[in-house]
Design a protein around this ligand. Sequence first.
Ligand code: SF4
Length: 365
Amino acid sequence: MVKKKPKWKPKKFVIGVTIDMKTGKVTPSKVIQAKTPEEEKEWERGFAERWVDSMKILWGDKFDWFVRNVKYFIDKYGEEEFSRRWNKAMKELERKEPVPSNFMDKKELKEIFELMFEKLKSISIDDNFIDDISKRRKTTFDKNRPDSFFYQQLVGTIHVSGYRVSILRNRWDDIKKAFSNYDVYKVSRYTDRDFKKMMQNPKLIKNERKLRACIENAKIMKDISEKYGSFGEYLERNKTNLKKLKEDLIKKFHYLGNVLVLEYLKEIGIDSIKPDVHVVRVMYRLCLIDSEKMSPENIDKVIEVASKMSQSTKEKLSVIDAIFWMYGGSGDNHVKKAMCSKNKPLCRECPLMEYCIFHSKKNSE
Ligand code: SF4
């Protein structure tokens, strides 16, 4: 029996949308269908990929998010300005350029930074906030530092992960002693007996995974150092390509994930931002990113937004990092209160209401 060929059902291609400025409803305004399957295939490859289907390809989740929140943007910018920004975004899509951060321009990014900065300064505990920022502004990468410095920061970063800094504050001397003053060569020779001794030491945190990772990492750092002359030299040669360096470190070292590796780079003076939960939450509420997920894609988006903010403010990424981190958490006692905490954001005294989709939604409910 000859199998019947399934009948071809032409696909609909939306090549334009209309936005109702009163309701914010986005509807397809121009739909076309191919006359033959061959033509359809052709469209799928090229022409049709450039509009709504392509908008989804290019915007990803952001397009659905944008459609859901379009009313918010119309109200925020007014019809005229909204239309201008929309048309600009569409042109960028046609040219296949990356979609801008939800319509924010450099001026707005700068203003957001300045408003946060001033607010944090006004609620700083003593000079803690300003001191921290000044330190970050001055921190630079120095390849000539000894391996022990880079190892100390690695051990510190791994230890701090998941703990409040204050919990570890009184333990650093004991940690330093247990890790032979961060002498990479000495730690790389640690045996199972040394590990067991560490696990029995009441002054250390008893986290088997962390302690094992720190010991193993000493061996890895020693090997890299021997290959390049020093660990600083290895970093110096690779630091221009931050993404590659980040991936290389994750691959080489134990316990360093997508987020922690950025914290480590920051600690050793290579300018970066650590997208932790506070940073991600505040950025999401301010419409700077479209999701609160800690996925690798979202982490890359955080870095992208922070880089744009860094360009517009001429501040380092690590300063941008501190500002978002302290705004969402208390910055480990740098400021008197967390402005934008998960459950109790202090919206009434927040200067960012105008930018905040979370606040605007809460009020419209
Ligand atoms: S208005 Fe409220 S939710 Fe929005 S950023 Fe400020 S504190 Fe956070």
